[in-house]
Design a protein around this ligand. Structure first.
Ligand code: ZN
Length: 160
């Protein structure tokens, strides 16, 4: 069965940056299932997996435009420290969701001082080339419910 829109695809992947450092990987764990065509994964990787089948290996370099986007200036915010819950273990790299005029958005803490927390609204991998090595482990038809929801249910997916 080939990877195409409406299939549930389980993958093992390693993601490296331009320096060859591993940014993310699930080689040691369970394969990651996603719903193909629903943008559960970045566009460039989805395109590269189109037409593949179980057992296929794919190596692809995804540029920012097809990955997590270009790094945008002006997405940095500064929040008074006392707006965060007391006792919370705040540190650079920690991510939190905050309301914006365009709806909830995820920010990553970049700097902490006594008065202020600085955070960046760009995805941590914005502006980065994504070097993926992927093995297709399984391809199956999605259930109607999965298609309706736009994501995978069951092991490795959503439970609800
Ligand atoms: Zn669901």
């Amino acid at each position: 069965m080939q990877v195409s829109e409406g299939k549930v695809v389980a993958i093992k992947y390693t993601l490296k940056d331009d320096d060859g450092d591993v940014v993310d990987s699930n080689q040691e764990g369970a394969p990651l299932p996603y719903l193909h065509g629903a943008r559960n994964i970045v566009k460039g990787l989805e395109t590269a997996l189109e037409g593949k089948q179980a057992g296929d290996q794919v190596a692809v370099m995804v540029p920012p435009a097809d990955g997590y986007g270009e790094w945008m200036p002006g997405m940095e915010i500064s929040v008074p420290r006392d707006r965060f819950p007391q006792g919370e273990n705040l540190e650079p790299g920690l991510r939190f969701q905050a309301p914006t005029k365009n709806g909830p958005h995820v920010f990553t803490i970049t700097e902490i001082s006594d008065e202020n927390i600085k955070a960046d609204g760009n995805h941590p991998l914005a502006g980065e080339n994504l070097h993926f090595e992927v093995e297709v482990v399984e391809v199956r038809d999605a259930t109607q419910e999965e298609l309706d929801h736009g994501h995978v249910h069951g092991p490795g997916g959503h439970h609800h």
